[in-house]
Design a protein around this ligand. Structure first.
Ligand code: AMP
Ligand code: MN
Ligand code: MN
Ligand code: MN
Length: 324
């Protein structure tokens, strides 16, 4: 009787084990198939961040080390309206074992709003590109003086000198440097509070400015052999028609990419702009938009990977990647 029960228990256990094994095999097969689909986009690429050459607080070398320490495999430094840090960044990337793409983030005025266009994989010594960026930076000095004049009227003295002290590159004085001055002097407790209370439309210290045209910015990037990307599209105050106009015109002017996974997007915006990328036939980019260990909420290399249904921009840039 006992021997019989033992036999039937053993049979049941064997059956159970066989079922578990089959289930396990099937899971393994599915996981493998899943990984094969998604892994083409499983590259830790961070293609948007800022150094002291624009409004970041770290040097290109410090950024390269920080990116590599956080697992970044392909990196681009994208300073605002500047390529002055590109050779240093490429050398530091290679020293840290990362592949490198040249980068910049150009300030553009489009139907009355500021839009940012990232360029990737261009020749950083291209004459028309460097001249165009120089001209774009040129208006920043007078704009900063006007910002300071307005802040003075709001009771905040010496903001121009204060902001300039924070600027690593005197040609590139930006709202971020004013924000750091307002935090330093205790007017605000962090830069987020600054942009809520100052420096944005309707608030003290906001000075409207005309940047490069979309057409010029695109031609500088494309003629220097680069690929143009719409930066953080969810951050613009466009209605649906205006956004459609931006994407259509960008595409017509030779634009090929859009940031889908960026430190400036929330998860629902990853989905929305993933769909926009497919609708407009654009490749997708991924970048933290890291500025500073003290200010940025998303660190280098820490964002989710690109969704597998999208073509990553680096697939179109294979011949322009500077390999470690
Ligand atoms: P500018 O090019 O001088 O107009 O400065 C733009 C920079 O200010 C951006 O690249 C951000 O680094 C920063 N910035 C602009 N708006 C905000 C905001 N609402 N919150 C935090 N940073 C901001
Ligand atoms: Mn910035
Ligand atoms: Mn930007
Ligand atoms: Mn940026």
């Amino acid at each position: 009787m006992q021997a019989q029960r033992l036999t039937s228990d053993m049979r049941a256990a064997q059956k159970n084990a066989a079922q578990t094994q089959r289930k396990y095999q099937s899971t393994v097969t599915h996981v493998r198939a899943y990984n094969e689909i998604v892994q083409k986009n499983y590259l830790n690429a961070d293609l948007h961040c800022h150094s002291v050459v624009s409004d970041g607080t770290l040097t290109p070398e410090e950024l390269a080390q920080r990116a590599a320490a956080r697992g970044v495999e392909l990196w681009a430094l994208t300073d605002h309206d500047e390529v002055g840090g590109q050779h240093r960044a490429a050398a530091a990337a290679h020293a840290a074992g990362m592949d490198y793409l040249t980068g910049t983030e150009i300030s553009v005025s489009f139907i009355g709003s500021t839009v940012h266009i990232v360029g990737l994989g261009f020749d950083a010594d291209d004459a028309a590109l460097t001249q165009g960026l120089y001209d774009t930076r040129n208006g920043r000095g007078p704009r900063a003086r006007e910002m300071a004049r307005q802040l003075e009227l709001a009771g905040i003295a010496n903001a121009y000198e204060g902001a300039l002290r924070h600027a690593g590159n005197p040609e590139l004085i930006s709202r971020t440097h004013f924000a750091r001055f307002l935090v330093e002097t205790g007017v605000c407790s962090d830069t987020y509070e600054v942009f809520r209370r100052f420096l944005t439309e309707g608030k003290p210290g906001y000075v409207p400015h005309t940047w490069a045209s979309l057409r010029d910015a695109m031609s500088w990037i494309v003629n220097a052999g680069g690929l143009a990307v719409i930066a953080h599209p969810a951050r613009y105050d466009f209605n649906a028609n205006e956004e459609y106009a931006l994407f259509s015109e960008f595409k017509q002017l030779g634009g090929q990419g859009v940031e889908v996974i960026t430190g400036s997007h929330r998860p629902q915006e990853y989905v929305r702009y993933g769909e926009m990328a497919r609708e407009f036939g654009l490749a997708a980019s991924r970048g933290s938009d890291f500025h500073s260990p003290d200010e940025s909420q998303i660190d280098l290399g820490q964002l989710p990977f690109l969704p597998s249904q999208l073509t990553p921009v680096w697939e179109l840039l294979q011949d322009r990647i500077q390999r470690a």
